[in-house]
Each structure stands twice: as C-alpha cells, then as structure tokens.
Design a protein around this ligand. Structure first.
Ligand code: M6R
Length: 604
C-alpha cells in the first residue's frame, strides 16, 4: 500500500522522484504527489488519479530543488482526492510528510490537536503526523520526530522535509517497509529496492523505530532515544532490468513468462547429490508436532497445496489458515508447532501479525518469502526464500508458483527426515520437480495462443465457476482469484463435490465453468461434476491431462503436460494466469494495476 521515495543530492529532485514513483506505482495508484524544499520553503504538487496526472502538473521538472520526497497512494483514511493526496504540510508549511501505513489512534490525536487550535486540510491520518511535528518542534527536528513517534500508534514509513533545513530529509519506519539507498554525493529512500535500483546498489535497512537523517554526503541512523546506530550496508544483487517490462506489454505477462527461470533459481541450488538441502531451516523435522500455515490471497492458496502435500509425504498434520483470521481465532499453536508464513512481499500486515502471534505463543516460525530482508523475513526464525525476483504486477504469478516449489521442497525434506516417504517416491518427485521448469517453458509456449483464443471467446462472461478436487481445488482457488482481480468478472472456486450443496443452483444456460481435472485419482469424480453442470446448460472449459476422458463433456479443453499429480497446480495455475491475462486484455482493464488493489497490503 502506498509507495514513498526521497532524494537529496546535487541533481534536480523532481525527475528522480517521478522516476522512483513510477516504479512504486504498483503499491497504490489513486493519487500521488511530491514535495521539494529550497530557499526556506517547501513546494508541494499533488493530485488525484494516476501518476500520469502528476506528470502533467510537474512537467517532469517542477518544483525545482535538489531535495524532495514523493508518494503514490492507496487510500485508507479519506477518499482519493487532491486534498487527501500526500505529501501533507504542517499548518505553518514548514514540514511536509509522506506516509505509508496507518496511524491507528488518529481520531484521538485529531482531537488532541484540535483542542490546541490546529485545523485540518485533509481527512487523512498522515496529516496528524505533520501537525504533531509542528506542535513538538522546538528548534530540533529530530527531537520533534521522536516526540511525534511516541505519540502515534500504528504502522508507518515516513519521509519528512523541514523547510529551514536545506539538503536534508528525515525518514522513519515502524511496521512498514523502507530502504535507504546510498549513492555518491546523493542518497535516497524508497519503499522497496527496485524503485531506486537504477541509482544505487548499496542499501541500509532501518529497523523498527529507527530514524534516518539523510543528506547528500551521508546518512545517520538513530534509535528512538536519538542515539546513533551503526548500520550494515548491503549490496543488492538484483538486476535493474528485473523491474522493467523488457518489451512485454505488461509486467504480468513478463512475469508469467519468467516462471520457468524463477523456478530454476528456487529449486536447483537446493537439490544436491545427497538430496534436498534447505540451508534456511535449522529445526529438526522430527520434533514438529503440527504445522500451521498462515498467509493471504494467493499465498494462502499456495498454503492450501502445501497442506495436502506435506500431510501426504511428511505425515504431519497441517492446518492452513488465512493470516487475517489467525490472530483472532485463538489457534492451538504452541512450542511444539511450526508456523509457516508465506508471503511474496514479506510485508503483508496480516501475515506479519500472524507471525508475531505465533511467536507470542512460542511457535517456531518459518517464512517462505520472496523479498529479501523484508519484515517477515527479518522476524522469522528460519527463512526459505523464493527466488522469483521482483514482482511488479499486482496479480501475483511467479510469486505464487515459486511458493509452491518451496512448499514441495519443504514437504519432501520433512518426509525424508521423518522417514515417511518411500525412497523411490522421493527420488521420483525430486526428479520431476527439477523437470518442471523446462516442461513449463514448453507449456507456456504451447498454451499462450490457445488461452488468447479462449479469452477472445469468453471475455464477455459475467460469472465464472472454477471447480476441482484435491490439488485441483487449490488450483481452482488461484485461477478464480486471478480472473476476478484483473478482469473484474465475478469468479468463484468450489471444491467440485460441494457444488451440489448449493452453488449448482446458480448454474444456468451458458454459465461459464472451468473444470479442473489433473489429479488422476480424482479425474472421474470431477468429470461427474462437469457432467452435472453441462446437463444444466453450462459452457465448460476443461483443464486436464486426460483429454481422452474430458473431451466429450467440455466445450474447450486446455491440455496439461503429464507430470506428477502433486506438481500439476504449477501448470494449471499458469494456464489460468494466461487465460485471466488475456480476458482482462480483451476487456480493456488496467492489468498491472487493477482497480482498488495494491501490491503490498501493509494495512490490516
Ligand atoms: O505479498 P503477499 O504474498 O503476502 O501478498 C498476499 C496477497 O495480498 C496477494 O497474494 C494478493 O492476493 C494478490 N493480489 C494475488 O494476485
């Protein structure tokens, strides 16, 4: 949610801020703005709408000055509007603030400030921060920031300008992502690394509650007591190109095509001659009594696959919970459990909260995360990184399939260590897992045009029902989410056997049903469900590796390659990603930035 960026150096700030915001726009895109300081004043330009609207106002050059902060917003408090767009001035316009996160006690603070004569220009929680800074300022900006931070509750990554201090800005974080980029005679902040990767590869990661004073010549980091803290500089290995479209019309399509490569990176280095080696885990699989998986959205769907896989091969009970429920459902998590948090961004607020809840209950926490050094990665006891590289499209693709790959590796490793998987089956699965990238490469090439044609036929649909059993049901969940989030077609996933318990009443002539039947043990069962909807007039797209069985009952078929049944969700999901992509393209949606969504959900 929301992206923030900051620059101070010898160059004009506006073009750099605009460039950084463009790379951060996927985090929120209902309004944007920049503030640049110079000559004892701060000039703000901000506007409702996409970044292109801001570009029209700034002309790429205005305001002039070499120090500034910028913001792209996903509204929480206050509708998208010019007034609610960031940055926010203090009353005297000496401070300007950009913020990612939520100030939870903002109503109380609004009252506090109102009682002291402050009035408000916006409906946002962020304005509270700039007004508090003015209220507490007594000649020392750092002191004002410390006092402000003691007053506010919630999550924040902040960029702060003070008009009377040329060539400096301040930054602070708590429960929201923030990186500091170090350049030569210039320094930066951003919500994530790719935003400023074209300018620097050297980064500092501030910890919770730390404050950075950023000048062109250096960065000083202090703790909440204003004591200086030494920070390690990390050199990023990410390729700046990884965050560019590289000739593809959308990041989503590029990222779909990147999946074979991402899976190679995720899997290959972890398979050694002696078997699977997971350096990120330091616990004994034999001592785990139960696994809880907590995640949101697609990561939760990956967890649904993980449950079936780990239970089958490691013979360990696995409960997959939505992270947003985990902390409120009083789970029976204790020191004998392993809690697995799955997250592409590593910043999802609910997943982070689930992690903390699990730790509070003494569970060991393993994070399956893509973004290196993200909050979830930093707070977990053990980390298994998915190596998908930067994922920019809001709809996750390679993020999801690499999560599946890590869960397969984990399940196999646990099964092997616990002696619950037969050697032959282990070897077969390991071999088939290593074959997935090449198979997927070919599959994407084979199915790309077909999914485009199917999309051309089915894009006017108003509803779509995805059905399947077992692994196919998990893949159905992901397929439905992909379609709904980017095409805005109402899409639901059902365990095929559940249809008859209510949902089948919605099926009528021409209802679109995507029947997934890739698990050989369940194909015939799902086929009966396909027949049931067909009899009631549905149009069915079958997704299967048994075209011989399904052809007669389906209007169209997507044929999956032959692979181990447990690995089929990777192929099913990829076909459904492409289908959703082309449907959305036919409907003319903004594929990489679908309405109302944001990439990284850092609020509850
Ligand atoms: O970054 P995370 O993996 O924690 O994100 C979880 C969900 O917000 C995410 O998967 C979301 O559902 C995507 N839009 C799905 O495409």
């Amino acid at each position: 949610m929301c992206g923030i960026v900051g620059y101070t150096g010898k160059k004009q700030a506006t073009p750099i801020l605009m460039d950084g915001l463009e790379r951060l726009e996927y985090r929120g895109y209902d309004s944007s703005g920049i503030a640049v300081s110079g000559g004892g004043a701060i000039e703000i330009v901000k506007v409702k709408g996409r970044l292109s609207e801001l570009g029209k106002l700034t002309g790429g050059t205005r305001p002039a000055g070499t120090t500034g902060i910028g913001h792209t917003r996903w509204a929480t408090h206050g509708k998208p509007s010019n007034e609610n767009a960031h940055p926010h001035y203090s009353r005297d316009k000496k401070f300007a603030v950009v913020h990612n996160g939520i100030i939870e006690n903002y109503l109380e603070l609004r009252e506090f400030l109102a009682e002291r004569g402050f009035t408000f220009r916006s409906e946002t929680d962020t304005e509270i921060v700039s007004l508090l800074l003015e209220y507490y300022y007594d000649g020392d900006v750092l002191d004002a920031i410390v006092k402000m931070s003691r007053k506010v509750k919630g999550s924040y990554a902040l960029g702060i300008l003070y008009a009377d201090e040329a060539d400096v800005f301040y930054a602070m974080r708590k429960d929201s992502p923030l990186v500091i980029g170090l350049g030569e005679g210039e320094n930066f902040i951003a919500s994530d690394i790719p935003a400023i990767l074209p300018y620097t590869r050297k980064f500092i990661f501030p910890e919770e509650g730390e404050i950075a004073i950023v000048t062109p010549d250096g960065v000083t980091v202090c703790n909440g007591n204003k004591e200086r803290v030494e920070k390690t500089v990390v050199v990023s290995e990410l390729d700046a190109k990884a965050a560019e479209k590289d000739g593809y019309p959308h990041f989503m399509l590029k990222e779909i095509y990147e999946q074979p490569g991402a899976l190679r990176k995720t899997v290959y280095e972890r398979i050694k001659s002696e078997g699977i080696r997971l350096d990120g885990i330091r616990f004994d699989g034999k001592s785990v009594r139960k696994i809880y998986i907590a995640a949101c959205g697609s990561a939760y769907h990956a967890g649904a696959v993980g449950k079936y896989f780990i239970e089958k091969y490691a013979r360990l009970e696995v409960e997959t919970l939505l992270a947003s429920e985990f902390r409120y459902c009083d789970p029976l998590v204790d020191e004998n459990c392993l809690t697995v948090i799955i997250s592409q961004s590593g910043e999802t607020a609910d997943s982070l909260a689930a992690l903390r809840e699990a730790k509070r209950r003494k569970s060991r926490v393993l994070a399956i995360v893509n973004v290196v050094d993200s909050s979830i990665a930093r707070e977990a006891d053990d980390i298994l990184y998915t190596r998908a590289g930067p994922e920019i499209a809001v709809a996750t693709t390679k993020g999801y399939t690499t999560q599946l790959a890590v869960l397969y590796l984990l399940g196999l490793k646990l099964g092997h260590d616990r002696g619950t998987i037969a050697e032959a089956e282990y070897n077969t699965l390991v071999r088939e897992l290593t074959e997935v990238p090449a198979l997927l490469e070919k599959f994407i090439d084979d199915v790309n045009e077909q999914t485009q044609q199917l999309a051309g036929k089915y894009y006017p649909a108003t509803d779509a029902y995805f059905i399947g059993r077992g692994y196919d049901w998990s893949a159905a969940l992901e397929g439905a989410l992909k379609l709904k989030e980017i095409s805005y077609i109402h899409a639901e996933a059902y365990a095929a056997g559940e249809l008859k318990h209510g949902t089948i009443s919605l099926i009528e002539k021409n209802s679109l049903v995507i029947g997934i039947a890739a698990d050989p043990a369940l194909t015939e069962k799902t086929l009966s469900n396909i027949k049931e909807v067909k009899t009631r007039g549905a149009t069915v797209i079958g997704v299967t590796n048994r075209p011989d069985l399904l052809r007669a009952e389906c209007n169209d078929l997507i044929v999956l390659p032959k692979t181990h049944d447990a690995l089929t969700p990777i192929f099913t999901a990829t076909a459904l990603q492409l289908f959703a992509y082309y449907v959305a393209a036919s409907r003319g949606g903004d594929i990489d930035k679908p309405r109302n969504l944001a990439k990284s959900v850092t609020v509850e």
